[in-house]
Ligand binder design. Sequence first.
Ligand code: COS
Length: 384
Amino acid sequence: MEHLLSKEDLDFRARCQAYARDELRPLAKQLGEIDDVPEALRTSLRDSGLYGPLYPKAFGGQGLSAVRICLAREAMAGVFAPADTTYAMQGLGGYPIVLAGSEEQKQRFLPELAAGRRLTTFCLTEPEAGSDVSALQTTAMDAGDHFVVNGRKRFISNGFSADMGILFARTPLADKPNAISAFIVEKSMAGWNVDKRLALMASHDIVAFEIKDLRVPRTHLLGPVGGGFKLAMQTLDLMRMSVGAAALGMAQTALTESLRYSQARVQFGQPIVAFQSTAFKLADMAVEIEAARGLVYRAALKKDRGAADASYHSSIAKLYATEAAFRCIDQAVQIHGGVGVLRGSTVERLYREIRPLRVYEGTTEIQKVIIANHLLKAEKQKRK
Ligand code: COS
């Protein structure tokens, strides 16, 4: 893919890799498995300047770039997954403001987010609305100068540590009873309470919210009433391909570890890499990683060039890269044998860390729905 990236993008990639190697790796060792965003991680990410590509230059960013978001996630995820998650949430919880925010909202929130002075999150999922976003039950009732929100949110990443977030709720209109709207919510608002911290199989700050009579000023309504569903979908269009990039980073670490281990580990009088059954696993991993890299960066380039089918390619990239990374990491565990299932080994940690990526931001099955719908729609247009 190198030839498709600009010199500036390649320089950015080198910066991300150096940051991951020199800053994040020691930090990961120091912090271990975590379920929040400790101050040391907040500060490190803030000082890295890597939030820049998530935001336009006019609001303190370095210019929104899907390619660079992917490069940053790929570099971070293989080294310290919680850093990658925090980064991704800064995108999911910031991009809706970039897309739909008023000038005032943009001026107020985006520079803070771009500089990492505030952490944000994306409050979409509910107990009864996971894959089926349109089944949201949280309501925001119009009370003139404010909305009153009641409901529940679940599986909200960075929900414990975030200072603010984008909340999606039903705003029933006479002609549109199922309308969904988006709001900017802040931790300081009374009624936004963490109900429960959830324990995932791998390091993750993730919570459930109980929302009781949360008063959200009208000035915090994001985009038009009823515009929330499309805004959520457009946000996912950008961020899904970057989940593929994170998977890629994890798979690459699994391959690097497997290359090292299989040359050092001797069984039956020779390094296990001398057995074709091991060498072929390494080859299979390399093929899957290269294929995933191609799909992820093609999707990102399409997004940056404003291609009409960027959403379709984002789903393809997310689906393939997360599934391929899962297969690679599983092979890495097999190559490592007993060490691979030893709690705390790198590949054991990756095995737990990769699994949620096939679920969050749309399961593999939801990506297939989007891909198939795109194919059918394109076919229909051709016939017209
Ligand atoms: N961009 C802009 N508009 C979009 C869109 C997109 N990517 N995807 C859908 N829309 C629009 C459609 O064009 C349609 O508009 P009209 O009503 O004007 O025709 C509307 O939104 C409804 O679309 P659709 O009928 O496809 O909605 P569905 O309820 O069938 O749901 C899926 C579509 C399944 C794709 C959606 O619910 C989804 O992405 N689910 C997964 C959610 C997810 O990723 N959850 C994880 C949360 S974040 S960790």
